[in-house]
Design a protein around this ligand. Structure first.
Ligand code: IVH
Length: 691
């Protein structure tokens, strides 16, 4: 026996949770914070676990999803679930044709008043029959073949927008509500983002998401995929007086707490339908969920009965479809486009297909990760989507239709080891999504970007060489690389827009002045990926000369303050590209110059150019620590003693190497001697460069 007050508390909790569910999922107006809702929910769960006799069939705790099923039981529909005829005509005449047919069937002529219609959205999900007995949801079924569907009650329980109990004190004996379960676009996106993060498979589109969720044998999985629901009709009804019209029926369902879409009208004649159609078509992409058209229905239920059915379709309703936003087509090839920043974007060339109102012949595949995730291959049949003004997209490959033998997976780098625009090497840096052309200074695709960056205030600071001028210079073929800027003269500039004598002269002066650069500015101006202003300064400070930077190995670069493997790789790849070196040479030949220094290693390292050999065990320093210190001071550590050895650093139990040093007369240091040498170096810091 539960303690007094427990049943009342459970009932109160149930009622309160239902109220919050309705506010949140149907009215879209949350009433309490999530944490508070969770607390109420857990309290009810605990009460029901402790007192199983208190659990009711309509308790909100059932929404978490029950045990996995072996399969779905068949459900014979009390009233067949029919489908509706589709007007293939996508123009306004679809509504007129429907109106004309209805009037003819009803025996109306021109002198009779217009017929009243209801118009609503054609939701793109899965048809569901909800059976309420005495106000409690007892069964949910799919449409199946119209006569027999599948019992998906457990999964439907997880759809919070669907009331488990009708909101009425006098519930009908039986009320079957029919409508569409679907996934909102934001829920779809959120779900996919979560899946992607977890490295799990994503949903192809919201409709597949809805269908997959409902037909999921594990209700706990279904609960992970958030669905919504809108009612659009009735099935079996007992003990409920039907309203006179379809629109009043939907109003009544809304009163009972069933979600009904507010995007609907009732109006007179074909004109009202045409207006609704056009209005919805114009706003299709702004709706929070996918629709594939609109549905027109004769509003009066008595007229619906009079019109009846022909074969398996009602004469009183018709679907007017919008142009499909998804179609199947085949991938003829995968090419790449090179963007302003050098990214190679893969593009699928498609067999032409009419989708979303236009003929689509190509669609972006974004990057290699996206290709891998969707596993799109040349020759594949793919689903192409184009919604509104959004650029066409390959949604998924239809793997079952893949040609045999299977085409190989597509790799951008394998197919395009070189940039298709300029022939420079293409690379993909660790941690980056994009494959990129390394010919930044040379590649025509990156020309404008490279020039603007080169001329920027913090780079070569060529005042007056802005967007518009760069456009003109590049489009007229006057400038191809930054080196060409130094070949411009008053004569060539004179022919350009807004290049009156004075501004042309100013520009030439600015170009001339920029030749006296600093190494840091010049390095920054090259536009090496991942090398910003600060890194450029660090590089200039460290190496002191451009040639030393160009010659630097990855290990050399990693010694520079704040430089990690990715930046080091970017620099190596940039200077490994002959096209870039060619431009650098031309810039120098054009007179661009800067003061150079010996850099950190040479100017500061007291051991610069010296070779040391370590032998024996040093009192405090490990072998590695000693080596590191010697290298930091510019020295090299060798393994054996020769005439070229400058110092041997000897610790305890030094053996043959020490003897060899004595024999050759090489200077011998102990640890203290080495540290003293290095200390002298630190006091001598003089890597001052004028930036
Ligand atoms: S009325 C007897 N209204 O479209 C008439 N159907 O064949 C029953 N659908 O799979 C259908 N939105 O699930 C109706 N506002 C709407 C609808 C709608 C979507 C679906 C329905 C069925 C198909 C019609």
């Amino acid at each position: 026996m539960p303690a007094a007050g427990v049943p009342a508390r459970a009932a109160a909790l149930r009622q309160e949770i239902e109220r919050h569910d309705y506010a949140y999922y149907v009215l879209d107006a949350p009433t309490i914070p999530d944490a508070e809702y969770d607390r109420l929910f857990r309290e009810l769960q605990a009460l029901e676990a402790e007192h199983p006799e208190l659990a009711t069939p309509d308790s909100p705790t059932r929404r978490v999803g029950g045990k996995p099923l072996d399969g779905f039981a068949p459900v014979r529909h009390a009233v067949a679930m029919l489908s509706i005829r589709t007007e293939t005509d996508t123009e306004a005449s679809g509504a007129q044709a429907f109106d004309a047919r209805v009037r003819r069937e009803l025996g109306l002529d021109e002198s009779d008043p217009p017929v009243e219609y209801a118009a609503e959205l054609k939701f793109d999900g899965l048809a569901i029959n909800l059976r309420y007995e005495l106000g409690v949801l007892v069964q949910a079924a799919t449409r199946g073949d119209g006569e027999t569907g599948e019992d998906v009650t457990q999964n439907i329980f997880t759809v919070h927008a669907i009331p488990l109990r009708l909101n009425t004190a006098a519930p009908p004996a039986v009320l079957e509500v029919r409508g569409e379960a679907f996934m909102r676009r934001d829920d779809f996106e959120r779900y996919n983002a979560k899946q992607r993060e977890a490295g799990k498979p994503t949903l192809v589109n919201p409709r597949n998401g809805a269908a997959g969720s409902i037909r999921q044998l594990d209700p706990a999985m279904a609960a992970q995929r958030p669905l919504s629901f809108f009612a659009y009709g009735l099935g079996e009804v007992r003990g409920w007086s039907l309203p006179p019209t379809h629109s009043a029926t939907l109003d009544a369902l809304a009163e009972l707490g069933v979600p009904v879409c507010s995007e609907r009208i009732a109006g007179l004649g074909a004109a009202a339908l045409v207006a609704f159609h056009d209005d919805v078509a114009a706003r299709r992409d702004q709706l929070p969920f996918d629709i594939d058209g609109v549905v027109y229905k004769v509003n009066r239920l008595d007229l619906q009965r009079e019109l009846g059915f022909v074969t398996r379709e009602p004469r009183w309703a018709v679907a007017h479809k919008f142009p499909a936003q998804e179609q199947l087509t085949t991938v003829l090839g995968i090419e790449v486009q090179v963007g302003r920043t050098g990214a190679l974007t893969p593009v699928a060339r498609l067999a032409p297909v009419f989708v979303g109102g236009v003929t689509v012949t190509n669609a972006t595949l974004h990057n290699q990760d996206e290709i891998d995730r969707k596993d799109v291959r040349v020759g594949d049949t793919v689903i192409v989507r184009r919604a509104g003004d959004v650029i066409p997209e390959v949604v998924a490959a239809v793997v079952e239709r893949r040609p045999k033998p299977e085409p190989p997976r597509f790799s951008i780098l394998q197919s395009y080891p070189l940039c298709p625009v300029c022939g420079s090497h293409a690379v993909r840096l660790e941690g980056e999504a994009a494959v990129r052309c390394t010919g930044g200074l040379y590649c025509p695709a990156q020309r404008k970007q490279a020039l603007l960056h080169f001329a920027g205030r913090r780079a070569m600071d060529i005042d007056g060489l802005g967007d518009k001028l760069v456009d003109q210079l590049v489009e007229r073929g006057l400038v191809r690389t930054p080196a060409d800027v130094y070949g411009l003269n008053l004569e060539t500039l004179a022919g350009l827009d807004r290049m009156a004598g004075k501004s042309a002269a100013n520009l030439i002066a600015a170009i001339e002045a920029s030749k006296a650069a600093t190494l840091a500015r010049f390095i920054f101006a090259l536009g090496i990926r991942n090398v910003g202003e600060t890194t450029a300064k660090d590089l200039a400070w460290h190496f002191g000369s451009l040639d030393r930077l160009i010659a630097a190995s990855e290990a050399d670069l990693l010694k520079v303050r704040d430089i990690g493997p990715i930046v080091a790789q970017s620099i190596i790849q940039f200077f490994a590209e002959p096209h870039n070196l060619e431009v650098v040479d031309k810039l120098r030949a054009a007179g661009v110059r800067w003061p150079e220094s010996t850099g950190v290693q040479q100017s500061a390292g007291i051991l610069a150019g010296k070779t040391l050999v370590l032998t024996g065990t040093l009192p405090t320093l490990t072998r590695d620590a000693a080596k590191e210190k010697i290298e930091a001071a510019g020295g090299k550590v060798a393994g054996s003693v020769s005439k070229k050895t400058d110092y041997v650093v000897a610790g305890e139990e030094a053996g043959s190497k020490l003897a060899k040093a004595q024999e050759l007369g090489v200077a011998i240091l102990d640890e203290a001697g080495l540290l003293a040498l290095l200390a002298a170096d630190n006091n001598n810091e003089q890597h001052v460069l004028d930036f």
